[in-house]
Design a protein around this ligand. Structure first.
Ligand code: SF4
Ligand code: SF4
Length: 200
């Protein structure tokens, strides 16, 4: 039985529909005291420092968004309350192309995007049961388009991600032609703060 059965004599309720709670839940924990708030797992542009420091220093000026030649960065939507307006990446729409000169970082005046730390946004994973190459079909799209040398290893025609090298740029997810996208992307759980001697 997939769904709970309604009570034999259902009571009129504004928060139940056929026995299923339809009470609204808060979209985020933004209303909680700061000490109980958790960071929202989003993909930040390359070179973004630790999330708490990033949020404190990012002025939401959009300079990195304007500087990106691939339109890869967008503003976090209003529904993400506490981080609305800050720069995020969504590989389903556009992936970071890992520009050699990182114009997004160069445009960031407060320095919360910095070349002083590795440009790692997250990591990718091939979901093998969705991947065409893992099902006797020739497909090399992700490994051909990955802009980071050594991030995708192909053995017997099957791609696997080298997590130590992958930057989470999202190009492989953006180009994957499988009927259900075979690339799972995960944002970096923690990012380094600014190295000693640097200020945001
Ligand atoms: S590295 Fe290049 S493609 Fe990636 S977000 Fe920055 S400007 Fe855009
Ligand atoms: S494996 Fe995918 S996410 Fe990782 S660097 Fe290559 S294209 Fe980017």
């Amino acid at each position: 039985m997939r769904y709970p059965k309604p009570d034999s004599e259902p009571k009129a309720s504004t928060t139940q529909l056929h026995g299923i709670s339809v009470e609204p839940v808060a979209a985020t924990d933004a209303a909680l005291p700061k000490s109980r708030q958790r960071t929202i797992p989003v993909f930040r542009p390359p070179g973004a420092i630790a999330e708490e420091t990033f949020l404190a220093g990012c002025t939401r000026c959009s300079d990195c968004i304007d500087a990106c030649p691939h339109d890869a960065i967008r503003k976090a939507p209003d529904r993400l309350a506490a981080i609305a307006g800050t720069p995020v990446l969504e590989a389903d729409t556009a992936a970071c192309m890992m520009c050699d000169d990182f114009p997004c970082i160069a445009a960031c005046k407060p320095g919360v995007l910095t070349q002083s730390i590795p440009a790692v946004m997250g990591t990718a994973l091939v979901t093998e049961h969705l991947c065409l190459a893992h099902h006797s079909t020739t497909c090399t799209v992700c490994s051909e388009r990955c802009p980071v040398q050594g991030a995708i290893r192909v053995m017997d025609g099957k791609p696997t991600i080298c997590e130590d090298v992958c930057t989470g740029c999202g190009v492989c997810r953006y180009v994957c032609p499988a009927p259900e996208n075979a690339i799972l992307l995960m944002p970096a759980f923690s990012r380094p703060p600014l190295p000693d001697g640097h200020t945001a």
